[in-house]
Write a protein that binds this ligand. Sequence first.
Ligand code: FDA
Length: 305
Amino acid sequence: MSTLARKAILSMAGNRLMTGLMTRHGLKLGASRFVAGVTLQDAVETARKLNEQGLAVTLDLLGEGVTTREDARTMAEGCAAILEAIHRERLDANLSVKPTQLGLAIGAEAAMENLTQLQDIAKRTGNFIRIDMEASDTVDATLDVVKRLYAREPNVGTVIQAYLYRSPKDLQELAELGMNVRLVKGAYLEPPSVAYPKKADTDEAFKRLIAQHLSAGCYTAVATHDEAIIAFTKRFVEEHAIPRHQFEFQMLYGIRTELQRQLAGEGYRTRVYVPFGTYWYPYFVRRLAERPANVWFVLANLMKP
Ligand code: FDA
């Protein structure tokens, strides 16, 4: 996809009017291909089906850019219910959260209050919380919160985005702590002053980060649908005798489902990111921006009577 088209689509993700409109209109436009449903029950059923296919899951209650303490609290309660449901239903699943969903835009302390409560539930139920990475202007605050949480209890990990120039240094600091990190290409609209504008450069940076974190002996979640990066990872772990319990592959719900099953069938730990909830619009727009064919898929859905 051209950079211009990607920018045009991604700029729709931050549009408040569109977000409100779309949120009220439910899982239309084909968003259900990428979102497991609206309720926790929908998500639990999807997770169970994926588990039955040998796939682990990370559950995500859709939400981001929260600006009031009340909304952040409501989101935290929703996330707490996910952790309890995973425990009760004995799912092979953990939780993914977005820092701005839990109050980071209000302040680090608001986010910490919600996250420490979730961390305590994760500790009691023997689970793990992945703190997603959002736009580049939130990276410093996110890493700060993640490090504070990790010092309390090492049951949290975060995400490093290959497109950011700063990422090798950030990853090195997390490796010094021994942190479990998910590596991704990066999904936000970033200027060339902070991120590689060319996909080929991001892809090469991604490979270097995978090698860096695996070589540091840290648990690495390689989150991509890119077969060349997956092949690189398989070769790297083979050549460097990295044990299979030190890494996993991760993919998004509804994307390359055959490949997900294939990797699990080959004995690689594979986890599917399963988002659910009513606030699906920005997540959906990021998925559209990743692949032009998705836009046609949406238009085709709009044409349907
Ligand atoms: P790339 O975009 O090159 O795609 C490779 C191939 O995968 C495509 O050719 C196509 O076949 C398929 N594909 C990819 N995206 C598709 C789509 N939307 N629809 C259909 N097919 C598609 N980002 C971030 O900034 N912060 C985060 O916390 C996370 N978290 C996260 C968790 C998990 C589990 C995954 C898999 C991804 C993320 N991401 C993320 C998103 C990530 O940054 C990136 O935008 C997407 O994974 C797409 O990039 P790929 O690595 O798949 O490669």
